[in-house]
Unconditional design. Structure first.
Length: 413
């Protein structure tokens, strides 16, 4: 019989603007952000780091500063005991949920007792990696994969989905405006205060103690004036072969006239950030005198069309509910990552959800999306909000490149 996996605590950095010269975290090393989260969890819970069975950390762009198993390097940078091991994984945007799911699975199997899971991404740095080219879904060195599955840019996928589903510019702009308004209210009322920990510079001065990306001054009128971004991508060459994003899309949808509805105001924000979750077995937690905040109810992964890429949160939600023996009505709050407005809009529409239960404190459009760090951040966000509202159950899911989506259901203890 499997045992439970308990969530003891969560922590995250503020999300800083992911632009060199503009963002308050952009000058720091990604290990520094992860170490900040790890040490916040350690300090708040009195973790004996020598007893940590593993640190499972998500990171999507594992090159340069984010390479060389950033999980292990970050815990060493944090000054943790060298007996704490670490492993780094990549499920693109879904990495932060997957790290928690894998940590929970190892505890529920009885193989481990104390695991810290999370993720990090510094988009101010990954933008530099992207400029260097090479690798990824459009790798010119693997044209066979492109023949099998022509995968365009995620933003183009968002516009293709909106076109196929009949979702309008007005609808996605409306969701983006609501995200900003909810984030504004959450920040003004301190709804993130329980999980957010300040980031300090190496010299001890404060780097950032609040989310930096939100634009509370956003209006519907202002959103309506923003030009579509991904239409400009279509004629661009994806590699030296001369193939364009347009020709890649045409391989799958030769006659589709794309209605480009996404822009900077209704797409997820480019930010730097990290988040983590402390998990333990009931036996270990009780021995430490820890009071659990939640238990893991169920976990699932879904996958589908890599050519559309962003459509799997709905199947993932249905799959994890089935595993849990629950229905949508059993879930008090939902978090679905706002990679693009169409993702969250379609999620609510297809599942016939009350929008008042979904992304209640705003989402990545307002707050930003530090790729592999986001999933762990969302788990902390939903747990904090369940506690604040004295509710019981939450479901978190998000789309990931390649046409995937992990999901998790948690229940307060």
């Amino acid at each position: 019989m499997t045992r439970e996996a308990w969530i003891i605590d969560t922590a995250r950095t503020p999300r800083g603007i992911g632009k060199v010269g503009r963002g308050s975290l952009a000058h720091l090393h990604p290990q520094h952000l992860s170490a900040t989260v790890l040490n916040a969890l350690k300090a708040r819970n009195g973790i004996d780091t020598a007893a940590v069975d593993d640190v499972i950390w998500g990171c999507s762009a594992q090159r340069g500063k984010q390479g060389s198993c950033i999980a292990r390097m970050s815990l060493l940078a944090a000054g943790w005991d060298t007996r704490a091991s670490g492993v780094t994984l990549d499920r693109f945007c879904g990495s932060g949920i997957t790290s928690v799911n894998m940590a929970a699975a190892s505890i529920m199997s009885g193989m481990e007792d104390l695991v810290v899971a999370g993720g990090v991404e510094m988009m101010s740095y990954t933008a530099q990696l992207a400029a260097q080219g090479g690798g990824g879904m459009l790798d010119a060195g693997n044209l066979r994969l492109r023949e099998l599955h022509p995968q365009p840019h995620q933003g183009i996928c968002a516009d293709v989905i909106a076109t196929l589903e009949g979702i309008t510019r007005e609808q996605v702009d409306g969701l983006a405006f609501e995200s900003q308004q909810r984030a504004k209210a959450a920040l003004e009322n301190g709804h993130f205060a329980k999980s957010v920990v300040p980031v300090f510079n190496e010299d001890g001065t404060l780097a950032l103690d609040r989310d930096e990306f939100p634009r509370p001054q956003t209006t519907l009128e202002g959103l309506a004036q923003l030009p579509p971004v991904f239409e400009t991508f279509m004629p661009l060459p994806v590699d030296e072969s001369g193939e364009t994003f347009d020709s890649i899309v045409r391989r799958t949808y030769p006659d589709l006239r794309i209605n480009h509805v996404h822009h900077a105001g209704n797409s997820s924000g480019v930010v730097d950030g990290s988040g983590g979750v402390l998990l333990a077995s009931p036996e270990y937690a009780k021995a430490q005198g820890w009071k659990p905040r939640a238990r893991i109810v169920a976990m699932a992964n879904a996958a589908g069309s890599p050519e559309l890429m962003l459509n799997e949160p709905v199947p993932a939600a249905r799959k994890v509910l089935k595993k849990a023996g629950m229905s949508l009505s059993d879930i008090d709050l939902f978090e679905v990552n706002e990679a693009f407005a169409v993702v969250a809009y379609k999620f609510m529409r297809d599942l016939e959800l009350d929008p008042a239960k979904v992304n209640v404190n705003g989402g990545a459009i307002a707050l930003g999306h530090p790729i592999a760090g986001t999933g762990s951040i969302l788990i902390g966000t939903i747990l904090d909000e369940l506690e604040r509202r004295d509710l019981a159950t939450g479901l978190v899911t998000m789309c990931a490149a390649g046409g995937m989506a992990p999901a998790i259901i948690i229940e307060r203890i």
